[in-house]
Design a protein around this ligand. Structure first.
Ligand code: G1P
Ligand code: ZN
Length: 543
């Protein structure tokens, strides 16, 4: 087998965003597009020769083609062992788990997360480092810089591999091993949760519905929830990963999981309803008759984590992204442990977890996880909920209401305006920045602005600094409006507006969040001039 050097030229726009390089499938299918980016990754690494690389993705359209190219390039670039999930599958948390368990140098994860798949859908490539987490910004910046100067890439001349057959084959000087995508992950879950208690609870009548949304968690959820924990067949639905996710949008929110929501609000609701996204790192949690916001779910998991064996000695700290509600901070305060506030994106949690400063992390965008891997983990959250339900023997609703009585309720919502004209979106943010100095002290519809800033973060571990991470308007009563532009979209700009109000009085808990937040929503729209600048009357998605 020979290694071929192929001449190429830089391609514009290969700039990794919040979570790797995300583009439409046809963009990735263009000549040299994948090769340029992957070679730029390899060129940005040191000491990878002879090391292990993990490769896998969420099974979306173009997954298999990209894997064939990446594996041949990895062998040509000197990796000694390449581990590939069978069928090209590895959920994002499982990829993180395998990188850690097999002491790999890193991994390439193929996914566009919750974005639609198919020939006109989205695709993505992300590099994860040895701790199992997304590459830090200094590496993604080096990768991007390399894409701007690249003039050639290396690839092994070889026929395509059989991605479905377990076992090892030789490719040039490298060994390629097709591994069971579930095994390492399942073993890790066993170390964290009380499987016997959950199994007993399910045998005793605890019911659940898990919607894999035709995406990657299907095989994981079947193996763990049904085969191991004894949930009846059919508890996991849409369990076969499809390249186009069955034509659906694999985003577990109240819009795209409406059928699950309707089930959970109806007379036949099981005790726990859950869903995960395209690549398995997000989670949606709905109790019978009650949707649990992701911010609340983070707080609840943190408050109850000690009930699971893996966390029985308590938490070191809790970290949340800045736009996530402060509900988790209240738990940290009660537990007497530190709370960390980071910019949006899981990569910012990596250092806190590695340094042992935080044990549990989460984002309002339906991501929760812990120090067991370095990605957020959808099924992990479902298992922790099940463990808690099995021990407490209460309904989700009772557990949530009790939590609010103790900590107060952080009413919370996010309004998304999608595919907004980029110039208009940038103009809106610039207009907000211009107002930052003048806002403090102003009274808006009876609410006094306490502070207004553009969030900046200094990593407490390595001192790295990230600025312009979202506009915050914080009021005297603790209410908050946050504005930021998405870093994961693939067409136009997505404006996210995050709204939060704290309510300590139990008599006022459990009301409709949109109604409670209506005054804040009106202020948010007016201060930013959303309607005038975007031409939108209302958000596309409300979560
Ligand atoms: C979104 C979420 C963010 C999450 C990221 C990757 O990023 O808001 O919390 O980490 O997807 O799943 P955004 O599009 O807002 O940049
Ligand atoms: Zn995802």
């Amino acid at each position: 087998m020979s290694i071929r050097t192929v001449e190429t030229a830089p391609i514009a726009g290969q700039n990794p965003g919040t979570s790797g390089l995300r583009k439409k499938v046809p963009v990735f299918q263009a000549p040299h597009y994948v090769e340029n980016f992957v070679q730029s990754i390899f060129d940005s690494l040191e000491g990878a020769k002879g090391q292990t690389l993990v490769v896998g993705g969420d099974g979306r359209y173009f997954n298999r083609e990209a894997i064939q190219t990446i594996v041949k390039m990895a062998a040509a670039n000197g990796f000694g062992r390449i581990l590939v999930g069978q069928g090209g599958l590895l959920s994002t948390p499982a990829a993180s788990c395998v990188i850690r368990a097999r002491k790999a140098y890193g991994g390439i994860v193929l996914s566009a997360s919750h974005n639609p798949g198919g020939p006109d859908g989205d695709f993505g490539i992300k590099f994860n480092v040895a701790n199992g987490g997304p590459a830090p910004e200094k590496i993604t910046q080096a990768i991007y810089a390399r894409t701007l100067t690249i003039d050639g890439y290396l690839i092994t001349e070889a026929p395509d591999l059989d991605l479905d057959r377990l076992g090892a084959v030789t490719l040039g000087d490298a060994t390629v091993e097709i591994i069971d995508p579930v095994a390492d992950y399942k073993a890790l879950m066993h170390t964290l949760f009380d499987f016997a208690a959950i199994r007993a609870a399910i045998a005793g009548g605890l019911t659940l519905r898990f919607d894999a949304m035709h995406a990657v968690t299907g095989p994981y959820a079947k193996a763990i929830l049904e085969d191991e924990l004894g949930a009846p067949a059919g508890s996991v639905v849409n369990a076969i990963p499809l390249p186009d996710f069955g034509g659906h949008h694999p985003d577990p929110n109240l819009v795209h999981s409406k059928h699950l929501y309707d089930l959970m609000m109806g007379p036949d609701a099981p005790d726990l309803g859950a869903a995960s996204d395209g690549d398995g790192d997000r989670n949606l949690i709905i109790g019978r008759g009650l949707f649990v916001t992701p911010s609340d779910s983070l707080a609840l998991l943190a408050a109850n984590a000690h009930l699971a064996p893996g966390y029985k000695s308590g938490l070191r700290g809790i970290a949340r992204s800045m736009p996530t509600s402060a509900a988790a901070d209240r738990v940290a305060a009660r537990l007497g442990i530190p709370a960390y506030e980071t910019p949006t994106g899981w990569k910012f949690f990596g250092n806190l977890l590695d340094a042992g400063l935080a044990t549990i992390c989460g984002e309002e965008s339906a991501g929760t996880g812990s120090n067991h891997v370095r990605e957020k983990d959808g099924l992990w959250a479902v298992l922790l909920w099940l463990n808690i339900l099995a021990v407490r023997k209460q309904s989700v609703r009772d557990i949530v209401h009790e939590h609010w009585r103790i900590h107060g309720q952080n009413y919370y919502s996010r309004h998304d305006y999608e595919e907004v004209d980029s110039e208009a979106a940038n103009g809106l943010i610039a207009h907000l920045r211009d107002q930052l100095a003048a806002l403090p002290g102003q009274t808006l519809d009876g609410l006094v602005v306490k502070t207004a800033d553009d969030f900046a973060y200094t990593d407490p571990v390595d001192g790295s600094f990230s600025s312009k991470q979202g506009i915050r308007v914080i009021f005297e009563d603790g209410s908050r409006i946050v504005y930021r532009l998405s870093g994961t979209g693939t067409s136009g700009a997505t404006l996210r507006v995050y709204l939060e109000r704290f309510e300590p009085d139990p008599a006022r808990h459990g009301a409709d969040a949109q109604q409670v937040l209506a005054p804040l929503i009106a202020i948010a729209n007016r201060v930013a001039g959303i309607k005038e600048r975007t031409g939108r009357e209302k958000p596309d998605v409300i979560t």
